[in-house]
Write a protein that binds this ligand. Structure first.
Ligand code: CP
Ligand code: NVA
Length: 329
């Protein structure tokens, strides 16, 4: 169904195609647990380009590739000629002659699109400034496992409504007919053009997309509460002041989640600023005097939190993307 195709953004796929990837991921997950997994990528060579750092995405691609019999080359930030001495177009033309598939994490969406255009092999978006489509597959597989459906799920996203997670979740939710709300200050609502696309998709799929700055109303009776970091990779530290000032009111904490359904799921793509055990979080505390950011440690560790199920599902869903686009039948 998807052989030879790149996975660059959810907008390129029908709901049926995305459902196919979720079904395949579920099967691959079961096969791995039952030790009945069949290798579909034997002998394939895969390049993993990371111009931004990663834990989950990199490891998910590596483990998925090994499980399926493929070989990988990891190209980390600043360890190749990419974008420094050599254009993405030339890089694509070279790597396309060596590799059967390429993962790319980096800056503008145009870069991953150019890589796909000139490499002639499937390219998978491992996160760009605009979109993070493989994360959405993991998130939606997790919701399916916990709630049994995506259609009609009341989903509240709090925080930076303009970032790659908000944009990708909004488009994914619209395609699956969810009841999706961005809960943020108005200036952090998604860009108009993408919001209009999402509204149209939601209507076509029997769902709803809305935007509110009312944090209590926005999470009322929610099945899922989702948040992400207030400052994304690649953004300047100069924006911290404004983000903390504007987004603190939208922190996911125990007072807020009382308004969701009792069995709501707390979700986060990770990494999350929920405690002080990291270097950056300690700098933030020193400068701003706050101990937690987008989510409190209490909510993050609560029984409603499914963040580590989501993280595990990165591997199964990324495996599905590679098998579907590159696997032997
Ligand atoms: N969620 C996610 O993409 O994590 P990494 O940045 O660790 O890959
Ligand atoms: N919005 C975050 C997502 C990390 C997985 C970032 O781009 O840094």
């Amino acid at each position: 169904m998807l052989k030879g195709k790149s996975f660059l953004k959810l907008l390129d796929f029908t709901t049926e195609e995305l459902q196919y990837l979720l079904d395949l991921a579920k099967k691959l997950k079961e096969d791995k647990k039952n030790k009945t997994e069949k290798k579909k990528l034997t002998g394939k060579n895969i390049a993993l380009i990371f111009e931004k750092t990663s834990t989950r995405t990199r490891c998910a691609f590596e483990v998925a590739a090994y499980d399926q019999g493929a070989n990988i080359t990891y190209i980390g930030p600043s360890t190749s000629q990419i974008n420094d001495k050599e254009s993405i177009e030339d890089t694509a033309k070279v790597l396309g002659r060596f590799y059967d598939g390429i993962e790319y994490r980096g800056y503008g969406q145009d870069l991953v699109e150019t890589l796909a255009k000139y490499s002639g092999v499937p390219v998978w978006n491992g996160l760009t400034t605009e979109f993070h489509p493989t994360q959405i597959l993991a998130d939606f597989l997790t919701i399916l496992e916990k709630k049994g459906t995506l259609k009609g799920i009341k989903f509240a996203y709090l925080g930076d409504g303009k970032n790659n997670m908000a944009s990708s979740l909004m488009i994914g939710a619209a395609k699956f007919g969810m009841d999706f709300t961005i809960v943020a200050p108005k200036e952090y609502f998604p860009d108009k053009e993408l919001a209009e696309t999402a509204l149209k998709l939601a209507e076509e799929n029997g769902g709803r997309v809305s935007f509110t700055d009312d944090r209590i109303g926005g999470v009322k009776d929610a099945d899922v509460i989702y948040t992400d970091v207030w400052v994304s990779m690649g953004e300047s530290y100069d924006v911290w002041d404004e983000r903390i000032n504007r987004l603190s009111y939208y922190q996911v904490n125990s007072d807020l989640v009382k308004h969701a359904k009792e069995d709501y799921l707390f979700m986060h793509c990770l990494p999350a600023f929920h405690d002080l055990n990291t270097k950056v979080a300690q700098e933030i505390e020193k400068k701003y005097g706050i101990k937690e950011m987008e989510v409190t440690d209490e909510v993050f560790r609560s029984k409603n939190s499914v963040v580590f199920d989501e993280a595990e599902n990165r591997m199964h869903t990324i495996k599905a993307v590679m098998v579907a686009t590159l696997g032997e039948d």
